[in-house]
Design a protein around this ligand. Structure first.
Ligand code: HEC
Ligand code: HEC
Ligand code: HEC
Ligand code: HEC
Ligand code: HEC
Ligand code: HEC
Length: 432
């Protein structure tokens, strides 16, 4: 909803051009800030940290998270303050060869293992170089804020606007800056000329009126005029058509759920999870309990291992060890991908059950990708176009339409009866 509300205000705002300008300048400043930050990060921290992150992802992430949550091994938040000091030295020995450290009689190491006493930690001696181990220690002591969290905060609406910043906007801004510069330099030149003239004892020239100037510079005036008209036309066009149409919009989701794995490879029916699509207005996104029908037994997948499935357990409070729901629950906050504005009415079951439309017609091949993305533009024109060309299926045999069909069949003898002919273009059908 957040998305659509925002667009709607944006689209109907008479100050659209101004808004556009402000948001462009904001984007420029935030972009240059970003560049600056990236630059300083790379200068200050060198590449050790980036390597540590990579080593962690490839070797540790399957069993550890950097926050307090336990996967196979303990959550590594603040680990440096709980292990024997000096922490770096102990961590190095542990990560390199935890078995050797246990055998050496290290009390903390032995306690760790006896507390856990299930899947043991891998020995990395010979797998990771000393430099890798040092880098990964640096990383777990000081992990960067999780990228996903940051992205989620912007996924609500800022993300798609990124598209607005293109070469065209850059050119417009460059032109404006140039014009201002020309103006300022012109002023400076004039002042200098006055001073020089005064020194030479000449009288200052009569100031030229803007109209006179314009008639002397017809070409320049025409050029500026054309540019202005083009800008206004473009802004108007975008206000009407472009902005708010998020083709391929795909936010970052809290769990890396894969449609390809579930609807593609495993061929689970769409309505097993989106059961609302046949029953009512909204298709809905499944609750984590639906996931648990299968994931009580399946804790590992081929793409993301145990990490993502562990988030389902976290959501429903499932304790893999006790086999009970005895932990606190944290509902999964899926980010909505599709959102029509409130003033438009769309009903899934009318299209899926009565209209016999395949999910694919409107959502594309969802099973080909992982997380869902917006496939169709969801504009009014898109709805209308399909209503114009699609025949109402089973009109003759559907008892729901018995009366209507008789009337329409008489009126449009022999012609196919499309949704349009049934009244599917009446404003009131889609706008209450
Ligand atoms: C196969 C799973 C697994 C992998 C891979 C793994 N660990 Fe562990 N880790 C564990 C387990 C389990 C423990 C708890 C001790 C035990 O039972 O061996 C542990 C303990 C630790 C501890 C001590 C935690 C504490 O609370 O004191 C640190 C630090 C650690 N691991 C770091 C790493 C790093 C760094 C990597 C990657 C280079 C890594 N681990 C890879 C399973 C793993
Ligand atoms: C009908 C059974 C079923 C349901 C329901 C189900 N899953 Fe799965 N899921 C599986 C199976 C089976 C796998 C492992 C696939 C494999 O090994 O190829 C899997 C794998 C996964 C993976 C790991 C993917 C990978 O490729 O590594 C994630 C994450 C996941 N599921 C999340 C979810 C979420 C979230 C839900 C609920 C919205 C859910 N699943 C519902 C059967 C199911
Ligand atoms: C005629 C086009 C059309 C068809 C067919 C269709 N959808 Fe949708 N779907 C939409 C539109 C439009 C929205 C946005 C609805 C809104 O924001 O109110 C949507 C939204 C969704 C959502 C987001 C949650 C919701 O209900 O708003 C899911 C999930 C979904 N569709 C699944 C499906 C599945 C599964 C099928 C097939 C069984 C299907 N859709 C068939 C047009 C369609
Ligand atoms: C892929 C084609 C397709 C698209 C896209 C589509 N529709 Fe439809 N729509 C149909 C069909 C087919 C029917 C006839 C269903 C029936 O028999 O009631 C229908 C019927 C309707 C009806 C009932 C019309 C009536 O006379 O009772 C409404 C309302 C409606 N659609 C709204 C929408 C809206 C809103 C959108 C866009 C967000 C949309 N539709 C997009 C195919 C489509
Ligand atoms: C195992 C459960 C499962 C199955 C099967 C499944 N989905 Fe989904 N679907 C989800 C989950 C979980 C989400 C939310 C995460 C996301 O957006 O990727 C979702 C999201 C969606 C969305 C976007 C909803 C929004 O926020 O607007 C659409 C559209 C969708 N699914 C369509 C389909 C279609 C079409 C199929 C069949 C080809 C299908 N799904 C099969 C679980 C499932
Ligand atoms: C088949 C469904 C359908 C019908 C019929 C329909 N509309 Fe719409 N209309 C929509 C949808 C969906 C949107 C939202 C589109 C968007 O957000 O870009 C919309 C948006 C609008 C808007 C807002 C424009 C905007 O860009 O936000 C107006 C005004 C409007 N419709 C007027 C009408 C009028 C007048 C009629 C009758 C001639 C009509 N509509 C018939 C589906 C329909």
């Amino acid at each position: 909803m957040q998305l659509s509300d925002k667009n709607f205000v944006f689209k109907n705002d008479p100050n659209h051009i101004m808004n556009c300008f402000i948001s462009c300048t904001k984007q420029i400043s935030s972009k240059s800030q970003l560049l600056f930050t990236l630059f300083f990060l790379s200068v200050n921290f060198g590449f050790a940290q980036a390597d540590g992150g990579k080593v962690f992802k490839q070797n540790c992430a399957a069993c550890h998270r950097v926050d307090e949550q336990k996967l196979v091994g303990p959550g590594l938040k603040d680990v440096a303050s709980r292990v024997p000091q000096p922490a770096d030295e102990w961590l190095f020995k542990w990560i390199k060869n935890n078995l050797a450290l246990q055998k050496s009689g290290d009390a903390y190491a032995n306690k760790l293992v006896s507390d856990n006493n299930k899947t043991p930690m891998t020995v990395f001696d010979g797998v990771l170089s000393d430099a890798d181990i040092k880098a990964v220690i640096g990383y777990i002591k000081n992990p960067p804020v999780e990228k996903k969290e940051a992205a989620k905060a912007t996924a609500g609406g800022e993300q798609p606007q990124e598209k607005g910043f293109n070469i065209f906007t850059a050119l417009i801004i460059a032109t404006i800056v140039l014009l201002i510069l020309v103006g300022v330099l012109g002023g400076v030149k004039k002042n200098l000329q006055t001073i020089v003239n005064a020194k030479k004892g000449l009288t200052p020239p009569v100031p030229i009126s803007p109209i006179k100037w314009a008639s002397g510079n017809k070409r320049l005036v025409a050029l500026i005029g054309i540019l202005c008209v083009a800008l206004i036309a473009r802004a108007a066009y975008h206000a009407l058509m472009g902005i708010g149409v998020y083709g391929n919009y795909k936010p970052v989701q809290p769990i890396l759920f894969s449609h390809q794995t579930h609807a593609g490879k495993l061929a689970i029916n769409c309505v097993y999870c989106h059961s609302g699509a046949e029953k009512g207005k909204t298709a809905g996104v499944p609750s984590a309990n639906v996931c648990m029908n299968c994931h009580k037994a399946i804790s590992e997948g081929p793409k993301t291992g145990k990490v993502e499935i562990a988030k389902i357990y976290d959501a429903v409070g499932w304790n893999q060890v006790s086999g009970k729901y005895d932990k606190p629950q944290h509902p999964i906050k899926w980010t909505r991908v599709h959102a029509l504005p409130d003033f438009a009415y769309f009903n899934h079951s009318q299209h899926v059950v009565v209209g016999k439309q395949d999910c694919k017609n409107c959502h594309g091949d969802i099973a080909a990708g992982d997380e869902a993305k917006q496939f169709s533009p969801l504009t009014m024109g898109w709805c209308i176009e399909c209503h114009r060309k699609t025949e109402v299926p089973g009109m003759a045999t559907n008892p729901y339409y018995a009366d209507l069909h008789k009337k329409l069949a008489e009126k449009y003898k022999g012609q196919p009866i499309t949704v349009e002919k049934m009244g599917g273009l009446d404003c009131i059908k889609c706008h209450y």
